[in-house]
Design a protein around this ligand. Structure first.
Ligand code: SF4
Length: 425
């Protein structure tokens, strides 16, 4: 069967979408890049904010109008499937996240129906479009759910309690990715530092990383987002593993706010000072570390002082990357019951944080100008450009097309707010 897969949201959801496409291709289905070529469509949905949710509804409508079979999985299932109502609902199947392994079986033709062409190319290899399976980077999901109780979070409701993928299975997935030519393995979950907390053998994320690091091959590990709350108990051990050459020297640690009052209302389980201490410790141990953080702006009850505290925290830790998201009330979460800020206030604060984020990032990036470092080419960009990653995950744009996966020494000669500019040294 010809299947079109469309994924949204975080790297975990994207990784799950890619895993679904791979499993389907292994079963002989053909993954097609456009819905017009498909006999079935799969929407791997996200509901992180209201505007994303509205987009999911539009995408489902577009697929259900055109295709005889549609499967919806991801975070809208099962909590928000009532939104997907209209023509095509009777041809739509909702698959809970933890049942995604059943999707290839669900797409089998009903008994007695002539099977669609297998989608295998004449050489016997399943045809998988490049965009669906970037050949040199791959998300490997290491856990489902999380242990935290953030008052605004929809993902927690959608994905349930923590269930860590056992070490041998993660290692098998990484081995398989590396054998397929992957050079960047992105270990991902809602909170990677929580990995193992549901286990009885005491194994935690650093143990998993050490096992993955043993996989032979030319690849680096990018450790995904983690909460300061769960990082607390493994900080020392984690930084020791992170400092190795196998890992990107990269920390994705969401602050969410610089105000302890707001952090308490968000039920994040740490203070701004603890976040700051963790970053200082990480930068002290890994001097080239790049920090990515997230901030929610306009949380219910956020005052001007709270907003200034967030600005001060960002100024103090000077992250290389900041994702700013305006608060969006998600149905069923405790924060949705709190009185909201006027939209104009949240908008103004969001604009201010975006300006600050750009200034801080540019200053951090400019420190690299004039340096020569090894970088691996992982993407082809606009025109004839290529994008490579330094050992701390900072992206550097090269003017010339380079082979994907190639490692070369790059001289940095410019900086923008989200990337560096360089050329082969
Ligand atoms: S976990 Fe959050 S960001 Fe990821 S797909 Fe679900 S709602 Fe979207």
């Amino acid at each position: 069967m010809r299947v079109y897969v469309e994924s949204y949201g975080c790297s975990q959801n994207q990784g799950e979408g890619a895993a679904i496409a791979r499993a389907l291709a292994e079963e002989g289905h053909e993954i097609v890049p456009e819905p017009r070529d498909a006999e079935a469509g799969i929407l791997v949905s996200c509901g992180v904010i209201a505007s994303t949710e509205a987009r999911m509804v539009r995408r489902w409508q577009a697929l259900a109008e055109r295709l005889p079979r549609v499967l919806v999985t991801g975070c809208l299932v099962p909590l928000r499937t009532d939104l997907l109502d209209g023509p095509g609902r009777d041809r739509t199947l909702f698959v809970p996240i933890r049942e995604q392994a059943r999707i290839p079986a669900l797409l089998l033709p009903p008994p007695g129906e002539v099977p669609a062409p297998s989608g295998r190319s004449p050489g016997g290899l399943a045809m998988v479009p490049l965009a669906a399976h970037p050949p040199v980077t791959e998300e490997v999901v290491i856990a489902q759910g999380c242990t935290s109780g953030c008052s605004y979070c929809y993902s927690r409701l959608a994905r349930g309690p923590l269930e860590s993928v056992p070490i041998p299975e993660v290692v098998r997935r990484v081995r398989s990715a590396v054998a397929r030519g992957v050079h960047e393995v992105r270990l991902t979950s809602l909170d990677t530092a929580a990995w193992g907390l549901d286990r009885t053998d005491g194994a935690r994320l650093p143990d998993l990383l050490r096992a993955v690091a043993q996989v032979p091959g030319e690849f680096r590990i990018r450790v995904g987002m983690m909460s300061p709350q769960t990082l607390r108990s493994i900080l020392d051990d984690h930084l020791e593993v992170l400092a190795s050459d196998r890992c990107y020297h990269f920390l994705h640690l969401p602050a969410q706010s610089g105000s302890d009052r707001v952090l308490h209302s968000m039920r994040r389980g740490y203070t701004a000072a603890e976040f700051e201490r963790q970053v200082a410790e990480a930068r002290g141990r890994i001097p080239d570390l790049a920090l990515s953080t997230d901030v929610i702006v306009g949380f219910p009850g956020e005052t001007d002082d709270d907003h200034r505290a967030t600005e001060a925290l960002l100024e103090s830790v000077a992250p290389e990357m900041v994702n700013v998201t305006r608060f969006s009330a998600r149905p069923g979460t405790p924060a949705a019951r709190l009185p909201r800020l006027p939209p104009s206030v949240a908008k103004g604060r969001s604009r201010a944080l975006t300006t600050l984020r750009q200034r801080l990032a540019r200053a951090r990036f400019e420190r690299w100008i004039g340096r020569e470092l090894p970088a691996r080419v992982l993407e082809h960009g606009a025109g004839s450009s290529s994008v490579a990653r330094f050992p701390n995950y900072l992206p550097v744009v090269l003017g010339e097309r380079q082979a994907l996966g190639r490692t070369l020494t790059v001289r940095v000669d410019g900086a923008r707010a989200t990337y560096l500019l360089g050329r082969p040294a």
